[in-house]
Design a binder for this molecule. Structure first.
Ligand SMILES: Nc1nc2c(ncn2[C@@H]2O[C@H](COP(=O)(O)OP(=O)(O)OP(=O)(O)O)[C@@H](O)[C@H]2O)c(=O)[nH]1
Ligand SMILES: [Mg+2]
Length: 202
């Protein structure tokens, strides 16, 4: 999958206001600061297409980026950001779950987890939610540049073993680094292999 063009289209908190085109889309979700927006920039080879920050809570809305004029990458806000009020958290959760439940154009989600961390309850619960909702997803282990190859292998293996305690099958998974462009070809190839098919049964 070659990315020739990538352009920002719209940001909003209302799934009903997302682009109406029936174009396939892929959404990036995970804890605040895990590297969702950076990964979108790395995949599209754009420095500042999606806004990133060293501080968690940068992305606050659903952001649609049109790729090659015929499919979307979607940057979502992160979950698990402690400094947000309970009311803000509830409001946020609602528009994210609305997005996942209503968005027919969503082909697959990518759940990002920091490769340095042990499996976190909030991520495992989110994956369970996707499973129950029958939304296909893959895992992307981010910030691989922070670890040596041996540690990468060990952490991925450990994560997979933990997943197999509750999942019958492992979801597709990738290792990435946005600063070193690791995982770019694999993720883009995976997207290409899904044939950009919208599941009209959802
Ligand atoms: N070393 C390293 N740092 C990264 C990588 N990806 C992201 N970062 C850094 O992690 C921080 C957060 O990155 P973002 O892409 O803004 O994270 P996000 O998941 O979009 O965060 P929210 O929008 O707040 O949910 C920034 O300081 C990035 O530079 C990576 O692959 N390697
Ligand atoms: Mg972000």
């Amino acid at each position: 999958m070659l990315i020739k063009t990538a352009e920002f289209v719209i940001s909003n908190s209302d799934v009903d206001k997302c682009p109406k085109d029936m174009l396939p889309e892929y959404a990036f979700i995970g804890r605040s600061n895990v590297g969702k927006s950076s990964l979108i920039n790395m995949l599209t080879n754009h420095k500042n297409l999606a806004k990133t920050s060293g501080r968690p809570g940068k992305t606050q809305l659903i952001n649609h980026f049109l790729i090659n004029k015929n499919w979307f990458l979607v940057d979502l806000p992160g979950y698990g950001y402690a400094k947000v009020s309970k009311t803000a958290k509830r409001k946020f959760q609602k528009f994210i779950t609305n997005y996942f439940e209503k968005r027919k154009q969503l082909v697959s989600a990518f759940v990002l987890v920091d490769i340095r961390h042990e499996p976190q309850k909030i991520d495992l619960e989110f994956m369970e939610y996707l499973g129950i909702s029958e939304i296909p997803f893959s895992i992307i282990f981010t910030k691989a540049d922070k670890l040596k190859p041996k540690a990468i292998e060990r952490n991925v293996e450990y994560y997979c073993q933990e997943l197999l305690k509750t999942w019958e099958e492992l979801p597709p998974h990738f290792v990435s680094s946005s600063s070193k462009a690791i995982g770019r070809d694999e993720v883009l190839q995976f997207i290409g292999n899904t044939n950009l098919q919208i599941n009209t049964m959802r």
